[in-house]
Ligand binder design. Structure first.
Ligand code: 13P
Length: 340
C-alpha cells in the first residue's frame, strides 16, 4: 500500500469547489427511484441513466468522484468506453460501493448491521483493477424508543473499521459512512446525541484497527431534526450544531467530511452545506457525497426519454454547480433560477 497515494486521492476527492456524486444505488434501490418516474429498471435503462450522469457536460468542475455500484463499474458507455475509464478521462475519480447492505441485527429488533466483510479483500483487489480508487461502506443507525443500542453502534463501528483496514491495504480510500437515519419524529437533540455516540465509536474502532486517518473520508449525516419532527430546526441551527459536533469528535487528520443527503430535499441539502462553509475554515474540508439530493431533479427531467437527456444533463449541471458554490459558502437561492 502506498499511503501517499491514499492521501492524494482523499484530498483530490475534497478539492475546493468539488464533491462526490453517489450513484451507487443497488439494483433494488435504483428500481425504487425508477418506479418514482414510471421507468422500468433494466440493464439497459440503468446503463442509459448512468451514462447521462457521467457524460453531463461541464460537471467535472464540481464533481471530484462518483461512487458506482458493482454492475455499473463493469458497464460501458454506448461508445464502448468502460465507465471507470470514461470518468477518469474527465478527471473524475471512480469509486465503488462494497458493502452488501444493512440487514436486521439478530437479537436487536429494529436495528441493522451492515454485511459484506467475507471475501472483501479479493473483491477490493478486483475493483482496483477495474479502476476504482475509493470505496464506500454504509452503516445504518436507527433512532427510535430506546434505540440506538450500544451493541448496534459497536457492531457497526467494528465492521466499518475492518472494512477501512482492508481498503487501505488494497490501496483504496475508504469512505466511512455511519448514517444516523432521519426517519422518525425525533428532535435535533436526539439526532445530535445518537450521532455523537456513533462517531465516537467509529473513531475508537478506526484507531484500534490502525487506520491512517489521513487516508479516509468520513461520510456522516448532518445534525438535523427527524423527518416527522413537528419542530424543524432551521438552516443556521443545523449548520452550527453539525459543525460544533464535528469539532468535538472529528479528528483534524481526516481530510474531509462529505455529507450524505439522507432524505433532505435537494435545496435543503445545498443550503445546509453552504451555511456550514459560511461559518469559516475548519480543520477538514466540508463537502458533499449526495445521492438523492444531486439526482432527484435530473431523474424527473429525464423520465426515461432519450429526447430529454440533454435537458436532464443541464439540470444535473445546475445542481452540481449550486453544491460547488456551497463548498465556498457562496450559494444563494438566486442561483437556482439562473440558467445552467
Ligand atoms: P443520499 O445522499 O441519497 O443519502 O445517498 C448518499 C449515499 O451514498 C447513501 O449511502
Amino acid at each position: 500500500m502506498d499511503t501517499v497515494d491514499l492521501k492524494t486521492t482523499a484530498q483530490s476527492l475534497v478539492a475546493r469547489g468539488k464533491g462526490i456524486l453517489a450513484a451507487d444505488e443497488s439494483t433494488p434501490t435504483i428500481k425504487k427511484r425508477f418506479d418514482s418516474i414510471q421507468v422500468a429498471s433494466t440493464d439497459a435503462s440503468r446503463q442509459a441513466y448512468r451514462e447521462l450522469l457521467f457524460t453531463a457536460p461541464g460537471v467535472e468542475a464540481f464533481i471530484s468522484g462518483v461512487i458506482l455500484f458493482d454492475e455499473t463499474l463493469r458497464q460501458t458507455a454506448a461508445n464502448g468506453t468502460p465507465f471507470p475509464q470514461l470518468l477518469a478521462d474527465r478527471g473524475i475519480i471512480p469509486g465503488i460501493k462494497v458493502d452488501r447492505g444493512a440487514k436486521s441485527m439478530a437479537g436487536f429488533p429494529g436495528e441493522k448491521i451492515t454485511e459484506g466483510l467475507d471475501g472483501l479483500r479479493e473483491r477490493l483487489d478486483e475493483y482496483r483493477q477495474l479502476g476504482a480508487r475509493f470505496a464506500k461502506w454504509r452503516a445504518v443507525i436507527t433512532i427510535a424508543h430506546a434505540l440506538p443500542t450500544n451493541a448496534n453502534i459497536q457492531a457497526n463501528a467494528h465492521a466499518l473499521a475492518r472494512y477501512a483496514a482492508l481498503c487501505q491495504e488494497a490501496g483504496l480510500v475508504p469512505i466511512v459512512e455511519p448514517e444516523v437515519l432521519m426517519d422518525g419524529d425525533h428532535d435535533i437533540d436526539r439526532c445530535e446525541a445518537a450521532t455523537a455516540r456513533a462517531l465516537q465509536a467509529v473513531f475508537d474502532a478506526l484507531f484500534h484497527q490502525r487506520i491512517d486517518l489521513e487516508g479516509i473520508l468520513l461520510k456522516p449525516n448532518m445534525v438535523i431534526s427527524g423527518l416527522d419532527c413537528p419542530e424543524q430546526a432551521d438552516v443556521e441551527t443545523v449548520a452550527a450544531r453539525t459543525v460544533h459536533l464535528f469539532r468535538e469528535v472529528g479528528p483534524a487528520a481526516v481530510p474531509g467530511i462529505v455529507f450524505l443527503s439522507g432524505g433532505q430535499s435537494s435545496r435543503a441539502a445545498t443550503a445546509h452545506l453552504n451555511a456550514m462553509n459560511a461559518l469559516g475554515p475548519q480543520p477538514w474540508e466540508l463537502s458533499f457525497s449526495y445521492g438523492r439530493a444531486l439526482q432527484e431533479d435530473t431523474l424527473k427531467t429525464w423520465h426515461g426519454d432519450p429526447a430529454r437527456i440533454a435537458e436532464a444533463q443541464k439540470v444535473f449541471h445546475q445542481r452540481a454547480k449550486c453544491n460547488g458554490a456551497a463548498r465556498y459558502g457562496e450559494y444563494s437561492t438566486a442561483m437556482e433560477d439562473m440558467a445552467a
